[in-house]
Design a protein around this ligand. Sequence first.
Ligand code: MF3
Ligand code: CO
Ligand code: CO
Length: 279
Amino acid sequence: MVSYIDASVAPLKNTGQIKLYSPEDFEGMRKACQLTSSCLDALVPLIKPGITTQEIDDFVYGFGRDHGVVAATLNYRGYTHSSCTSINHVVCHGIPEAKRLREGDIVNVDVTFVVDGWHGDSSRMYPVGTLKRSAERLIEVTYESLKRGIEAAKPGNTTGDIGYAIQSYVEAERCSVVRDFCGHGLGRLFHDMPNILHYGRPGEGIELKPGMIFTIEPMVNLGRPEVKVLKDGWTAVTRDRTLSAQFEHSIGITANGADIFTLSQKGLFNPLHPEDKPN
Ligand code: MF3
Ligand code: CO
Ligand code: CO
């Protein structure tokens, strides 16, 4: 059975209890998340044909250093980079390398800065030059699925309501939801309870309560949902090699909805429709 605990008295480790955070904690998360968002904003003009994913990662490292922080992924379970850079059919956890981005590629950059102990986790899609319509549509569907997931994130609803909102929309658009990775609680820990599945049925899972903090980060494929992890132990790709996209926000549950900590102050979260709100 699920149980809830005041985050201020909870042990730091993941005990399976769902931590409920205070308004001060929410402000700590907002600060970390806003640093992550401003870094993702600063990448927008840099991500063009010819840049390498290692250069993207170097920028993220330097951005953190300039602000006196490091990324949670650096030396996390043997991972040695400040970001994940997932190109085209890479679903997530793409490792930065010397490979140059090419016109028409789509790339997700996922960054988690740790500020005063709080983890700010967010990712976005970046178009490289002009895209094919199919790639553009995948990005639109994935963004919209995150938006619908966030709309379902409110007290009284369950984690299953979030998953259902995402899955029912994505499948109606004839795309598929990746099952092998999920959103997660976070705060002073990078990955904590609860797991936020991006598929499910209404009313399933655990009840959402004010004070909960977690990510929603749907991965959506143009083809089938199955993924495989390459021999490097990290890079997850679609088995059928179709394109995959992902957007991730870190949010906190409030009395009547969700506080989106990783919003872009410049309105750049959705690269294809910068005017879209929330952004
Ligand atoms: N930032 C990813 C997430 O959204 C986790 C990356 S872990 C890494 O949860 F080690 F692959 F970087
Ligand atoms: Co995450
Ligand atoms: Co992330």
